[in-house]
Design a protein around this ligand. Structure first.
Ligand code: PEP
Ligand code: MG
Length: 328
């Protein structure tokens, strides 16, 4: 079976009833960008840019960041790469930046931190844009957006960086393509503001890890409450369904880049709900592709309808595990 699973890698993913599902890679935190996997995915759905920041002893310079981002964009030259702006704070502290807070996950993290430090944000976005000159395969993704003001402020800074780098490109006889812009859907407040995203974003990406943590008010890394952290909790499933429906009605492309997308139960449910783009860690790519190719969208829709009516996450887990086992 392992061999059959491996053979899935090079192929595009179609469900048993021939519906296309796009499989993207989460990259950044692990250094694994092996060519075999690169060929088997449709692009990078989430590049966590924290890495160059975590590896250094101080903030990496614009040049250092440009080099780093360009190497990723070059590896995936013919595919789209979604680069997320710095998402530090919370569980990802920088060694050279002490943030002491009672509630780090509710504190100064993600876009909140970078908007308070526009110089850090501008350097990063300029580095991303410079890296993309001539490659044109980069999208920009903003983490932890909780309201439209944060999005508007980010857009203003991105526009400023764009004009600066466009001039730089022009001096070097090149043109700068404007990247597509997206936001993470991971803070519950934004679920109720999806219509206000119209005209401001080109795509959205669901961060089911944080969305689960914030919907259920449970620290995703605290072992004591690990049993309360349930990505199959009815509230989470209904939120996921609402997002894909609203995005669909607004014509905004949507994908999921949290751990749920790389989990067999999660992937079946998400496709059943209507998602057609999943982004996951390298190690999950082959088995998720294998699974999706052997099950029809109709079956996945039925599973997700069952899940959306369930009262307990465990019911969903049991039902889908039994279904998968029965497939052999
Ligand atoms: C998420 O929150 O689901 C996500 C993909 O981002 P991170 O795990 O980096 O917070
Ligand atoms: Mg997150």
């Amino acid at each position: 079976l392992a061999e059959r699973v491996e053979q899935e890698l090079g192929k595009a993913t179609y469900t048993r009833d021939q519906q296309r599902v796009y499989i993207h890679l989460n990259a950044g935190l692990s250094a694994d960008t092996s060519i075999a996997v690169n060929e088997g995915v449709d692009g990078v759905g989430l590049y966590r840019t924290e890495v160059p920041f975590l590896l250094q002893r101080s903030f990496p310079s614009e040049e250092e960041q440009t080099t780093q981002y360009r190497s990723i964009l070059s590896i995936y030259r013919d595919k789209q790469v979604v680069m997320r702006t710095l998402d530090v704070g919370g569980d990802k502290p920088l060694p050279y930046l002490t943030i002491e807070e009672d509630n780090p996950f509710l504190g100064w993290r993600g876009i909140r931190f970078t908007l308070d430090h526009p110089e850090i944000f501008l350097i990063q976005v300029r580095a991303m844009l410079k890296a993309s000159i001539g490659l044109e395969n980069m999208d920009i993704l903003l983490p932890m957006i909780s309201g439209i003001a944060e999005l508007d402020d980010s857009i203003a800074l991105i526009n400023r960086a764009y004009h600066e780098v466009a001039k730089y490109a022009q001096v070097h006889g090149q043109t700068l393509k404007r990247p597509r812009l997206g936001i993470m859907i991971e803070v519950p407040s934004i679920l109720y503001q999806l219509p206000a995203l119209r005209g401001k974003v080109d795509f959205i990406s669901v961060g089911s890890n944080d969305l689960t943590q914030y919907l259920l008010a449970v620290d995703r890394n605290n072992a004591r409450v690990a049993s309360v952290y349930d990505a199959l909790h009815p509230a989470v499933l209904h939120a996921l369904k609402q997002i894909v429906e609203t995005a669909g009605s607004m014509g905004i492309p949507v994908s999921v880049c949290g751990e749920l997308a790389g989990d067999p139960i999660g992937a079946l449910l998400l496709v059943g709900m209507g998602y057609r783009s999943l982004s996951m860690n390298t190690r999950n790519v082959a088995r998720i592709k294998y699974l999706l190719r052997h099950i029809s969208v109709l079956e996945m829709e039925q599973l997700s309808q069952f899940a959306l009516q369930a009262t307990f996450g465990d019911e969903v887990r049991d039902k889908i595990t039994a279904f998968v086992d029965a497939q052999g």
